[in-house]
Design a protein around this ligand. Sequence first.
Ligand code: IFM
Length: 478
Amino acid sequence: MPSSETSRSPISFPAGFVWGTGTASYQIEGAVDEDGRGPSIWDTFSHQKGATHNGDTGDVACDHYHRVETDLELLGQLGVGSYRFSVAWPRVQPTGKGPVNQPGIDFYRRLVDGLRDRGIAPAVTLYHWDLPQPLEDAGGWTVRDTAERYAEYAWMVAGALGGDVALWTTLNEPWCSAWQGYGVGTQAPGRTDIDEAVAATHHLLLAHGLGVEAIRAAAGSVQVGITLNLTPVRPATDHPDDLAAARRVDGNQNRIFTEPIFRGRYPEDMFGHYPDLAPGGPLVQDGDLEQIRVPIDFLGVNFYFPKRAGAAGRPEAAASPELYLPWPNDPVAEHLGAVSVARGDVAQTTMGWEVEPGALTELLVGLRDQYGSVPVYVSENGAAFPDYVDQTGAVRDHDRIDYLDGHIRAVGAALAAGVDVRGYYVWSLLDNFEWAHGYKQRFGLVFVDYATQERLPKASFDWYRDIVAANGLPEEPV
Ligand code: IFM
């Protein structure tokens, strides 16, 4: 949030800076059994008792599959230069192998054409968590074959949509797929085994490396990258045990993805915790790391909040239970001997995520310092707040405007520090199915009435439209 006189000054962004917004297939499309779509792990998981808030599922979601024209109109009104969406693998290849399901591809072709007609550059993510269920039944991301299957799927979609797509992203947030899906169990497929999460990490990264080549083979010289959810991990105190715990959490969250992608190696300091990542074992085969390190054209960074971690079992933890909050039933944190730490004096979103825009600048500058000048897109940034339609029929989400204002300024600060940030995408265009949180958490620039599927642009929609038009921020947040 803007906190100083200087942070409120106007900022303009470089010519050609990309302003966008995004969504993901399972979160908005609905139509889960239409036109040949097969089941995904999220269909299965969300229908399991107790897996999601209120038993919510993506069966209907925002009904985007049937309302794509309405949503294209909204994007046109917003005036964004780019729209980031994901392709549902089970819609285009229903069982995860075999021939393409043409109606599925046709849907995305219509979407791409509708965007291009409006001058909006399509940014496609090929995997935003909806693995075809038959592949999960055969072992999911814990088995190597899934990476091979993914490369085939990537090749199919890239062949069909090709150069009409401005940015191709192989995976969205593989940390969530691997660690929440196979380690913590709060996301599909809901498994809780550290070794499986490690195997999933490696196979997702391998899928990325194979996918980059498959996309280029099918679509020619297009822009290809990956999106990671990275964040600075702060130690609870400067006690050496807390510093070490924060470093372990950083290894799990950030470095086990960035090191192989940019340096072709897993971080050695994590081998004690995850021995399967060490060379010479059955998981990481000869040539895998070179494959994972295949050059990319950009890095997508999804940022929401910084993490804080302390060492489990320190006396301070027992003395300050309000500040040291053990992650409940989190086998990953337990395995790392870490606890998450909350700060009572920092604003939070309804997800319980701390609002600290400066952490985004720190993250972007830190990535550049560690890995050199890679073109970066902030591919997701946004916040959930308790939005409601007031008596005048408006959604006045000024807390979201403040959040976005602060984070856009943080991007401006990174640019000023010389980081090659090419664009910024607000998460999300629409309120949508927020995974295990169901429909309770609203991230959209557009309010969705799930009973009627009516779309109502929020105050933040108008605010963001003006920023896009001005290619920068006004003096004061509205
Ligand atoms: O809604 C999600 C999105 O699917 C992935 N990144 C984080 C968002 C907010 O939780």
